[in-house]
Ligand binder design. Sequence first.
Ligand code: ME8
Length: 651
Amino acid sequence: MPKNNKFYVTTPIYYVNAKPHIGTLYSSLLADVAARWNKLCGKNTFFLTGTDEHGQKLAECAKKSLLQPKDFVDLMVPNFKNTWKTFEINYDKFIRTTDEDHKLAVIKLIDQLYKNDDIYKSVYSGLYCVPDERFVVTNEAIKDEKNNYLCPICKRALIEVAEESYFFRLSAYEDKLLDFFEKNPDFITPKERMHEVVAFVKSGLKDLSISRKSVEWGIEFPLESEHTVYVWADALTNYLSGIGFAQKDKEQDFDYWWPADLQIMAKDILRFHAVYWIAFLMALKLELPKKMLVHGYILSNGNKMSKSLGNVMDPEKLAQMYGVEPVRYYLIRQMSINQDGNFILSELENHVASDLANGLGNLLNRTLTLALNNNLQKLKAPDAFNTETLALREKCEEAFRSFWDQMNHYSYHVALADLWTFIGHVNAYFHRMEPWVAAKKDKDLFYEIIYASCCSLYTIGVLLWPIMPGKMQELLKSLGHDFDLKNNYEQELRDNKWTKNFILTKIEPLFTRPENFSKKLEKPISESKEVVSNDTKTELSCDIIDINDFAKVYLIVGTILSCESVSGSDKLYKLQVDLGKMGIRQILSGIAKFFKPEDLVNKQGVYVTNLAPRKMMGYESNGMMLFAKDEIGNMKMVTVSGFVENGTRLS
Ligand code: ME8
């Protein structure tokens, strides 16, 4: 395909210090929707994502987990690949910065900068944010009440660094950058972000340190082996190495795909992309990316959802509760790309119930049921349409045009809202025309109503494919059409001729009303332990304890000998537990709502036996029984898979 018909989209490559969450999923989902949308528009697409695996932060995390850095990152990367797979994030390449071919690209970048005289050696002395891997100038840093410097972006403590470093002459690119922004006013969406970047560059650029002498976990700096490449110079290069830069036999691939057509990120890392990255590319004399799409933050109770705040939601859990595509739909429908938005479980449930189960799902269901119950399976275009149907056909064309326009301007949430207005029109038409009456009185009219619904559903199914690919393939199949990207859908939907044939098949409802998990969980999901990880422990670096800490906890297998209710409490049971050589212990546990005593007696479980004794309702408890809660809060006993001696310690 000619180069002007290609579409190369990228996401940030994520740090692997913690599992992906809804925030990181959102960036990847936007890229997936953009790639699928461009496929639908007939473009040849390439979608790159991956993981950022070097640097001080990752080295510290690995150390805390007593692993070598490479073993640590190898352990973490599958979390990303698995979640992307669950959510149908259909990337073409997953790049890891520890890949050998990526390293070659980074070495080439540094070599070329050096040959260009864009690099010099000096000393960096200043502040550094390890969690963000960011150098911070003193006048940008904020201070806490004890006068300690904090990062202006993530508000975490800064460290002082004084070390030899190689510098990139970023200051020399000030005018070129400003000139580029002026000539390309739409380079950054939304425009406010462009203004921020321009203001930052105009305030004066300092040269950028691109090597770290005190950090071993990184790519060896080509000019001096005692240094490693600064993690951002390493990471940004992934956008080149991912499509073959500096790789033998891949020059053609690289020439074809570069420059990137769309680079997606949240506002936290815009400066790295719009300033440092663009300056590197200018230095390499490469073409510059066409567009940067900067989305807002997904918030939880008004705060940025982040690994370090520990208020993240586990996408896998949400997929289990609501299904993958309803979650995809909610994220794209509810979050206005350019603004921050709260992720609210009850809102997700409302959208799934009203938009998907009622709005779209019911329309399909009623159309198929009514048609098939009246022996209408194969449909051809009627010779003519009445005025009501013609009006609906016109609305279908408007819906297509507005959807097409909004999607091409990255207003995905508006595109979906508008399409649901059209779904409302189709439902209203269906009601008004009373096909169930026409089925008995006027077969031609009945046929026309069903046909008009099928044409509308066909358009809806094709347009929604980038957002809910699996469900829309099912929808189209129930109308007798296989989704196939070889079709020229754009032309077909633009023409809106309504001449297609349909062969109808009944299918299971596409969407069901979700269970009301948000009510069951009582607290908002962002506070709920079932779905949200505990406070700051979510970040793996904080989760990790060393083996000596673990050794302090006695986890012992024991059998419950007896179980009694505690008078005055509807929650507590008083258990006598045989812990083998540790004797028989009285342990109180708040599990009466979940088990009958006979479910527990003679069962082997796991107990923490070295907790300080605690009094509960007048009884002393000498240990704690372990349980796991399922997503709706039911307790499941933690057991061993076969019988072991009571008193056995878990190791
Ligand atoms: O910054 N809402 O990696 P990172 C929306 N490795 N998006 C969010 C989000 C939230 N609450 N939280 C995270 C890095 N993101 C570097 C990138 S690229 C060469 C190197 C998304 O793991 C968003 O895209 O901290 C944000 O920019 C990115 O994750 C940061 O990911």
